[in-house]
Design a protein around this ligand. Structure first.
Ligand code: DI6
Ligand code: FE
Length: 386
């Protein structure tokens, strides 16, 4: 995925797969003749990319926020919506009431459109429970997606997503969030820890407490930072060696420098920007100049980005934020893997998982250019078409 054209495209190439792993890749005829008993699949000149990776979703939840959307279009403010029982807490209430099986079924229905777009790895966050039992139920449902579909799932604990109405932020951390993180980490349900650093959620000082505990448990961290205001969350995340800082509309030069120094990836989420009709764009040119790896994700969630399409997120990242088509493709492959701390996915290279997307296309720019439709010919998961 590197090279002068930004894509690292091999015209007329071949990929050798053994036991679910890529064992060789290069121009056609270079490797296959050395492999005995190989089954040869002719893809007829089609474009092959790594299986796509969505590194930021809130796929597990119950309920819908369509009515809230209508209210917003009729001019209601966020406060009015909250008073009418809407907003994030309506999703929390619905999710608390749903069974694990119901949460799983809802998420599988939302996952299928991703599979049809060649997605082979997806990150799924908790955060609509805000109590131990519901956060556990969400993470267990997320893990079970791997039994329902051929997909790799990475789970993220987002206990610090919102402060329950009847509690103070620090009390919620002490009594609920931090103990839940400890228990659920012990149960092996957490791959990474995230938080929402925003005036309507948690302060940098509170997020620091979340990060301290994640560090003591040996868990990697990420952060929703600088989405609606500049609080320096991305600098804080970088200071803790975060895998990624996500959103970043209000990130400053100092934040970008801190991310550059720590090797923290920037996860760009145009779906929420679009759906909330925001106007402040993330500093793409600054990130580009600092060589901060940029990932692109759908941020699927019922409140601010009800979008189950990673290809549409790529198009939006280009149209709304002026990312190039090769940047958006890197954003859903190699840089998305990096944002998840995964070093065996997201590239077509020796030793990497044979998770591939085969497209009815020749030019990779078509993936970002199109709006709607998934020109997928086949999806390979661990070397098997499915
Ligand atoms: N940032 C967002 O935009 C969403 N969560 C977050 O951390 C909002 C989630 C919701 O409204 O349900
Ligand atoms: Fe999010």
């Amino acid at each position: 995925m590197t090279g002068a054209d930004g894509y690292g495209l091999i015209e007329d190439g071949e990929i050798v797969i053994r036991d679910g792993t890529i064992s060789a890749v290069g121009p056609s005829g270079q490797n296959v003749e050395h492999v005995h008993d190989a089954e040869i699949i002719d893809l007829d000149g089609r474009l092959v990319t790594p299986g796509l990776i969505d590194c930021h979703t809130h796929l597990i939840h119950a309920g819908s926020r369509a009515r809230e959307f209508e209210m917003r279009l009729e001019g209601a403010t966020y406060e009015e919506i909250a008073r009418a029982g809407g907003g994030i807490f309506s999703t929390v209430q619905a999710t608390r009431q749903a069974s694990e099986n119901a949460l799983l079924a809802g998420a599988v229905a939302r996952l299928d459109p991703y599979l049809a777009e060649g997605v082979t790895m997806i990150e799924v966050k908790s955060g609509y429970g805000l109590d131990l039992e519901t956060e556990r139920k969400m993470l267990r449902a997320a893990r079970r997606l791997e039994q329902e579909r051929p997909i790799r799932v990475r789970t993220t604990f987002l206990g610090a997503h919102a402060v329950p109405a009847d509690m103070d932020g620090d009390a919620y951390l002490d009594q609920v969030c931090l103990p839940a993180m400890q228990s659920l980490a012990g149960e092996g349900l957490i791959d990474a820890v995230d938080g929402f650093c925003e005036s309507i959620a948690f302060t940098p000082a509170q997020i620091e407490r979340v990060f301290e505990q994640a560090r003591s448990l040996g868990l990697p961290i990420k952060l929703h930072a600088e989405q609606l205001s500049a609080l320096g969350g991305s600098t804080l995340a970088a200071r803790f060696g975060a895998l990624s800082a996500d959103h970043l509309e209000y990130a400053t030069e100092q934040d970008v420098a801190a991310m550059q120094a720590s090797g923290t990836a920037a996860v760009i989420l145009p779906g929420a920007f679009y759906f909330l009709r925001e106007t402040r764009k993330p500093p793409i040119e600054m990130l580009r100049r600092a060589s901060v790896p940029m990932a692109v994700a759908s941020d699927y969630n019922p409140g601010s980005s009800p979008m189950t399409s990673l290809l549409l997120a790529m198009n939006m990242a280009a149209t709304l934020f002026e990312m190039t088509p090769s940047e958006t493709l890197r954003g859903v492959t190699v840089n998305a893997a990096r944002a998840l701390g995964d070093n065996t996915s997201g590239q077509i290279a020796t030793g990497y998982a044979a998770d591939l997307a085969v497209w009815n296309l020749k030019d990779p720019a078509e993936l970002t250019y199109r709006i709607g439709g998934a020109p997928l010919h086949a999806r390979y998961f661990e070397g098997t078409p499915c």
